[in-house]
Design a protein around this ligand. Sequence first.
Ligand code: AMP
Ligand code: MG
Length: 424
Amino acid sequence: MPSAKSLQAASCADDYDPNSLPVEKARQLIRQFLVPLTGTERVSLRAALGRVLGEDVISPLAVPAHDNSAMDGYAVRHADLKPEEETQLRVVGTAFAGAPFRGTVGPGQCVRIMTGAIIPVGADTVVMQEQVQCDGETARIGPGNYKAGQNVRRAGEDLKPGQVVLARGKQLRPAELGLLASLGIGEVVVFRRLRVAFFSTGDELVSIGMPLGEGQIYDSNRYTLYGMLARLGCEVIDMGVVRDDPAALEQAFREAAAMADVVITSGGVSVGEADFTKDLLDKLGEVVFWKIAMKPGRPLAYGKVGGAHFFGLPGNPVSVMVTFYEFVRDALLVLMGRSDLGPLPTFKVRCVTALKKAPGRTEFQRGILTQEPSGEWVVRVTGEQGSGILRSMAEANCFIVLPQDQGPVPAGSLVEVQLMEGLV
Ligand code: AMP
Ligand code: MG
């Protein structure tokens, strides 16, 4: 695996300035260093919700197992049907889902059939019941252009035995649980959970439950980080607040790297603080400090501490969330074994408020997406956009993503939005 020294080299070697690294470039650089974890475990189907498949799942069955009816109606021999005039057939039995008709449908005969019931031997086509009049033993089928095999679901048309149903690296959502259940599969092999340790740095931080002294603030980053990590399905290790003290930080980094796959910190990477953290991290691992051309969330550190991946996020509460969603989330999903990742979707909507924006950085403004009485979806910004205003995140349901070169945005312009629902 390349080292963070080569990461540094990579980020300096080309035209990109590490003091103003474009968002997409930073994402790509980080990706080069990510090797998915390898440990797996076998879990029951319900416990597998949200987990990532650790091996391909092969279908043990054909789905459906038999040719069966897609409709309630009559199973007939297509050759018996007269397109120009009424066809009369003798009803020789009934086929229910789970209780097949055991006989054979001969010429001039038909079987009443329910949705999901096996097509009886001799029949090849189902006529829906709305096109049939049945008086006792005789079914009278109106003239029509009936296709051979109509309303029949073929054995194996969904899945054939031996076929890969779900590939390793796929996250299991409700649809996948249902699909596995339809094959009678009760347990699956999933990647083990990614262990992520995190702590906050700052002498001003107080944990909730303690009184606030003058100039002190409650540590909120540990809670947003907890929430974001827990939603991704990580095993979270909350290491609390660590003072801005080299010895305390060194110990915290050592402990974190020893027990986790990934270490995340908040605070301590901005100008003035970074030099101190930098020296420490140079000693413990290989870490590169970037200034990302984004707002909020400019400073970001990435590298390895011991054997663990390390993300040093800025201290400001909104910056923590934005950098997590835009860099860390994607990286953690790769480490978790996901192979079904693509870029997060964004789409264009009209912005009803004017947006302040200067060219030079990609901005992730907090937006509220609502539907107009006309049916059109529009977005407005959540007031002040300071990176310490966590309320803006709580009010928002999307990011308004403004590209690096964009200038001020007049009200009524089309802007790119990224839904927060898809991020969690
Ligand atoms: P720093 O990056 O350490 O200079 O922090 C930048 C700003 O974020 C400062 O105003 C800090 O007080 C604030 N901050 C840092 N860590 C936290 C935290 N865990 N919770 C809330 N605010 C924080
Ligand atoms: Mg600090």
